[in-house]
Design a protein around this ligand. Structure first.
Ligand code: CUA
Length: 431
């Protein structure tokens, strides 16, 4: 009987070629995306990447040695064509103390090589190193289904407590930032791939981590623990600024919401730069290449009021914001909004993203989010409302039937396209 190779050579070659395709097609760009852990921009992420490489090199060395021995044995003891039949088994030996002890020693050696840098990295990334602690900036990050709230305990606002923002964490560059991790509902996980590894936000447990951005930059973050139906779209951004720009940002954020004076009744109407209302598909992405070409520059440009804003439309939007119940969940400091369950919108217009870092903050995207929130982020509380299982009810867009304990599909909040245009103009004026 003749032995045949199990996997034909041609099939093996095709599999290898397919596996290598991303490298040939995309070069290394596929590991340099906005959430790449290989493109590190801070000391914590760098330390963690070094541990990864140490592990890879050690395991690669083991793989090469084992594969070489296996190949050697396979070739040396194979059945040769002219032998025709299976030859007698080679000499079987066991119980060689020298080989066994050396293998145990080699395994321990490999583990030590991996364990020492791993333990050092765990210690290092646990908290801001002692000598840098005095220079550290402290913030709280809070996970909610499905967005992030960032609190600045060092920035107290008279009569309003600490500064609170949503979905875009602005930090000083070149300084360690200690982050206290909290959650208001289920387990979430805080992850900024280019700056530091993920750490969970756990109910009733105070977790923390730290990170530092080497230089000013715009970084992508992501919830990394399954937390419900919109977990995959629970994102955020981290913007690192130079010291003076960071102070200027804090000053502006501490101010109450920007008020746009309503035009006199007889004033000529400003030419409102209108936008097309697009037909969106569910889960259609909300980014533009223009923005991503230089996100930090785009962010900076976003801090100033729109030149073509329509004061009359802003005033109408502000009134609608109260009428449509938005105020029950969203806070707008200095204006009508007083809610705390949804993201604080005092300076919403200066944020580059909306819907939990999911969509770029453009008029078209904001319109889409206001009119069809459930198509963007399924199950969100703006759509479903909150507290419907208790006596306290804050109704969302959908009507809740207390008897059948289900959503009826009847709309409780209706926003027409015209009303949405006014709300968009108002929200984007909040710089
Ligand atoms: Cu929050 Cu996943």
């Amino acid at each position: 009987m003749r032995f045949r190779p199990v996997l034909p050579l041609r099939r093996a070659a095709t599999t290898l070629a397919l596996l290598a395709m991303p490298v040939f097609l995309g070069g290394w760009s596929w590991i340099q995306g906005p959430q790449s852990t290989f493109d590190t921009k801070g000391p914590v992420a760098r330390t963690q990447l070094e541990v990864f490489y140490t592990t890879v090199w050690v395991t690669l060395a083991i793989f090469v040695i084992v594969a070489a021995v296996l190949t050697y044995a396979t070739l040396k003891f194979r059945v040769r064509k002219n032998e025709g039949t299976k030859p007698a088994d080679p000499h079987q030996g066991h119980g060689n103390p020298l080989i066994e002890l050396s293998l145990i020693a080699a395994s321990i050696g490999a583990l030590v090589i991996i364990a020492v840098p791993t333990l050092k990295a765990i210690w290092y990334s646990y908290d801001v190193p002692e000598e840098q602690r005095a220079n550290a900036y402290e913030v709280n990050a809070r996970g909610l289904q499905w967005w992030f709230q960032f609190e600045y305990p060092a920035e107290q606002i008279e009569g309003a407590g600490q500064l609170v923002v949503a979905n875009e964490l602005v930090i000083p560059a070149g300084r360690p930032v200690r982050i206290n991790l909290r959650t208001s509902d289920v387990i979430h996980s805080f992850w900024v791939p280019k700056l530091a590894g993920k750490v969970d936000m756990i109910p009733n447990r105070g977790n923390h981590m730290w990170l530092q951005a080497d230089e000013p930059g715009y970084f992508w973050g992501q919830c990394a623990e399954y937390c419900g139906e919109s977990h995959a779209v629970m994102r955020f951004r981290v913007i690192a600024l130079a010291a003076d720009e960071f102070s200027a940002w804090l000053e502006n954020q501490k101010k109450p919401a920007r008020a746009v004076p309503a035009p006199a009744a007889d004033a000529p109407k400003a030419a409102f730069a209108s936008y097309e209302i697009e037909e969106w598909k569910r889960n259609a992405p909300g980014y533009s290449a223009e923005f991503d070409a230089d996100p930090l520059k785009s962010w900076t440009a976003f801090q100033f009021p729109n030149k073509d804003e329509d004061a009359a439309l802003v005033a109408k939007g502000r009134a609608l914001f109260a009428e449509k119940n938005c105020v029950t969940c969203h806070g707008v400091r200095g204006h009508e909004g007083a809610g705390v369950t949804g993201p604080n919108l005092t300076h919403f217009g200066a944020r580059t993203t909306l819907a939990g870092g999911l969509l770029q903050n453009t008029k078209e995207n904001l319109h889409r989010w206001i009119v069809h929130p459930n198509d963007v982020k399924p199950g969100n509380k703006m759509w479903m409302g909150i507290g419907t299982h208790t006596n306290v009810t804050m109704k969302g867009y959908l009507e809740w039937d207390g008897d059948t304990r289900s959503y009826t599909g009847t709309r409780h909040i209706n926003v027409s396209d015209e009303e949405a245009r006014a709300l968009v103009e108002y929200l984007q004026s909040l710089k």
